[in-house]
Write a protein that binds this ligand. Structure first.
Ligand SMILES: C[S@@+](CC[C@H](N)C(=O)[O-])C[C@H]1O[C@@H](n2cnc3c(N)ncnc32)[C@H](O)[C@@H]1O
Length: 331
């Protein structure tokens, strides 16, 4: 059994991102305790979990218990796949029901008694403890360093536009499409979504109505070493003409929210409806669209009229005058 610790700011979206990646590997989420997910699978799912954007870490779940006494008892008998020296690191989640003050020391002693060395400053293996409704302990296998995402934030790119999503969110949008080979962003802006997709090895296709965006997105893609891309100047409401005969496996996009500059002179809701229709026409049957809309646009209703099936919807308050939903639709 494995565990994934998701981030707390978009928890439902984070959980569904994990689900989407597990589905690609034929595995599933079998339990949840606040930000800790219990998931099935072995090393064959690692390449899929390594794609995650909204996760803190994943690892091997060794013991689950309903009390501290039970945790220690089970830990004394468990098989610990520890390499080198270890340390115990505890995560007290907001729903923690147990007094874990002494737990790291006691658990450390129990594992040490099994013949493993402790090294608090430079451990080779981190033993994680999670306190929620229940208690869990496991071996950390991968930590998602926030710095890796931070360094791809909009202001670090050669072509800078403040409209970009956080790279972790862009990454999650890509993953929620369950793309295996390719993805299209028909309103790519500075290319934030395509950068994350390209780094996962997907072939990326991008469109924008403004020439400076097409040029800028290309510069950004190259900056991050992405070479398998096709970016075009064009209109997201006419994708059938831009890609004649082409059907895409996945689409993810973040349309403009309504300032006249970014809407390129169109009425907002009309533009959204036309974009949804055009995306529907170039998506393969069974393919997924992940798209953001301001909360006052009825995304599900409009997409439903075209034949899209709703799969997920996640609310995010961006600032005082903007809240939005991220939608996942399937054709
Ligand atoms: C919010 S930005 C996308 C930001 C992008 N997701 C990122 O992270 O960098 C929306 C983009 O849609 C483009 N756009 C507006 N109307 C369009 C249309 N009809 N067809 C294609 N692109 C359009 C704008 O030029 C703008 O660059």
């Amino acid at each position: 059994m494995l565990y994934v610790e998701i981030l707390g700011n978009l928890p439902e979206m984070a959980r569904d991102e994990v689900r989407a990646m597990l589905e690609l590997a034929g595995e599933e989420v079998v339990g949840q305790d606040y930000l800790l997910l219990k998931v099935t699978g072995d090393e064959r799912v690692f390449p899929h979990l390594n794609r995650l954007g909204l996760a803190h870490e994943y690892g091997e779940l060794i013991v689950e218990a309903k009390s501290i006494e039970q945790l220690l008892e089970k830990a004394e008998k468990a098989k610990w796949p520890i390499r080198g020296a270890f340390k115990v690191d505890t995560e007290t989640m907001a729903n923690c029901r147990h007094n874990v003050t002494d737990l790291p020391r006691k658990l450390g002693a129990a594992i040490h008694a099994r013949g493993f060395r402790v090294n608090l400053s430079k451990p080779d293996t981190v033993v994680r403890v999670y306190c929620g409704e229940r208690l869990y302990t496991g071996i950390r296998l991968r930590f998602f360093d926030p710095k890796e995402f931070e360094m791809r934030k909009a202001h670090h790119r050669p072509f800078f536009r403040p409209i970009s999503l956080h790279p972790r969110v862009s990454r999650a949008l890509v993953n929620l499409t369950k793309a295996r080979r390719e993805i299209l962003d028909p309103m790519m802006g500075a290319g934030g979504i395509l950068i994350e997709a390209g780094l996962l090895g997907l072939k990326v296709y991008g469109v924008d109505i403004k020439p400076e965006m097409v040029e800028g997105a290309e510069r950004n893609l190259r900056h991050y070493g992405i070479t398998d891309y096709e970016v075009k100047l064009g209109d997201a409401t006419r994708l059938e003409e831009l890609f004649p005969g082409r059907r895409f496996e996945a689409v993810a996009t973040d349309p403009p929210y309504g300032t006249s500059a970014t809407l390129a002179g169109r009425r907002r809701d009309e533009l959204y409806r036309a974009v949804l229709r055009s995306i529907y026409n170039v998506l393969k049957p069974g393919g997924r669209l992940v798209i953001a809309f301001p909360a006052d646009f009825r995304g599900e209703e409009e997409a439903g009229k075209l034949g899209f099936r709703p799969v997920g919807r996640y609310y995010q308050r961006v600032h005082k005058s903007l809240d939005r939903y991220f939608y996942v639709f399937e054709k």
